[in-house]
Design a protein around this ligand. Structure first.
Ligand SMILES: Cc1ncc(COP(=O)(O)O)c(C=O)c1O
Length: 355
């Protein structure tokens, strides 16, 4: 069954629901609370020649991305957000009757992309909140064509260990296309898997990254992927011409050079964890260990109730009921001020949740 992608509540919707009262903060879709790189904004505003199509080969940005990771231009695919590359991968590698393996819960778009293609998603529950790579291997059948791993995983924030990852790569049949979505990898500690390292040694490994999170460019829509040249060539065959707009290229190019902004974003995220996690523990609220810019918080009421109560407090989070993660809400780590407002709201709400 195809359930449509359940969207997060926008600030405008929340404002309407609250009758225009008070401040609203959105901690729902893992955006960068620091905004975006000033260099990227300046580059977007400086874009000229809007009458001209972009260079459809996207050579300059592909080369920059390739060089950073010791790869070649023909190892890079660019997309209108990494979302587009997820869809492109399903369109390219799946036919009706095929199966694609996905963790449960994980990023909802994988399931949607598989079902739209007429193929069958095979969903493998997490263990202890972590992607169960062994169980994913056990789910492989002759019909398996694609396997999605999200690491760090959305919506749990958890990451697999490097040792598990190694063992998994050794055992995964080489004909299966592995999509590893690392939208949050830049927030993770250095011991988390960096799957770009596996591109030279395992064909059919497509590693996805995005400029929407740590680079703060969600509105621009720029994502990219790395794989062997044959896999990239197959994706390129059905990629729409000019799928990435010139302002997105300009902004992404400038953002890649702005290391200071990336460092500030990591520092804000780490400070947020230090501010939030002891306070949440003091409130008796547990969460999975996170390697991302969000966390999955256990709530002692239904996820929908927790979401609605927080919304009335002017705080938009994501209900786990919409993410196939009941009993939890997913919350983005905000600025220090936003985190403090969230904690104050929880201090008011938790006693009534336990009453
Ligand atoms: C795991 C994961 N992959 C991909 C994306 C989409 O990123 P983009 O904005 O590049 O399409 C998101 C956004 O929330 C995400 O959480």
């Amino acid at each position: 069954m195809l359930d449509s992608y359940a969207r997060a509540t926008s600030i405008e919707e929340a404002r309407k629901k609250l009758g225009g009262r008070g401040r609203i903060i959105k901690l729902a879709v893992n955006e960068n609370p620091l905004g975006s790189s000033p260099k990227a904004s300046a580059a977007v505003h400086a874009v000229e020649h809007l009458n001209l199509y972009a260079d459809d080969a996207y050579l300059d940005i592909k080369e920059r991305l390739a060089v950073r990771h010791g790869l070649a231009v023909d190892n890079v695919v660019v997309g209108h957000g990494s979302n587009e590359i997820v869809k492109l991968a399903a369109e390219t590698f799946l036919r009706e009757q095929d199966e694609a393996i996905i963790a449960l819960p994980s990023f909802l778009l994988y399931r949607l992309a598989v079902i739209v293609r007429g193929a069958t998603p095979i969903e493998v529950p997490l263990v202890g909140g972590v992607t169960d790579l062994d169980a994913m291997l056990s789910a492989v059948t002759p019909r398996t064509k694609l396997l999605f791993v999200c690491d760090p995983n959305n919506p749990t924030g958890t990451a697999v260990s490097r040792a598990h990852w190694r063992r998994f790569l050794e055992r995964l049949p080489p004909e299966i296309v592995l999509v590893i979505d690392q939208a949050y990898r830049e927030y993770a500690s250095s011991d988390v898997v960096d799957a770009i390292e596996d591109v030279p040694t395992r064909s059919k490994t497509l590693v996805l990254r995005t400029m929407s999170k740590i680079y703060g460019l969600a509105a621009l829509r720029f994502g990219y992927g790395f794989a062997d040249s044959e896999t990239v060539g197959m994706l390129e065959r059905i990629r729409l011409p000019f799928n990435v707009a010139a302002p997105a290229i300009a902004g992404a190019t400038a953002a890649l050079e702005d290391e200071e902004f990336v460092k500030a974003s990591i520092a804000n995220n780490e400070a947020g964890k230090g501010q939030l996690f002891p306070a949440l523990a003091a409130l008796g609220l547990d969460h999975y260990p996170t390697q991302a810019n969000f966390y999955a918080l256990d709530v002692p009421v239904t996820a929908t109730r927790a979401y609605e109560d927080l919304l009335r407090e002017g705080i938009i989070v994501r209900s786990g009921d919409a993410l196939r993660m009941p009993g939890k809400v997913r919350i983005t780590i905000g600025t220090q001020e936003e985190n403090a407002l969230l904690l104050a709201a929880l201090e008011r709400l938790v006693p009534s949740w336990r009453a």
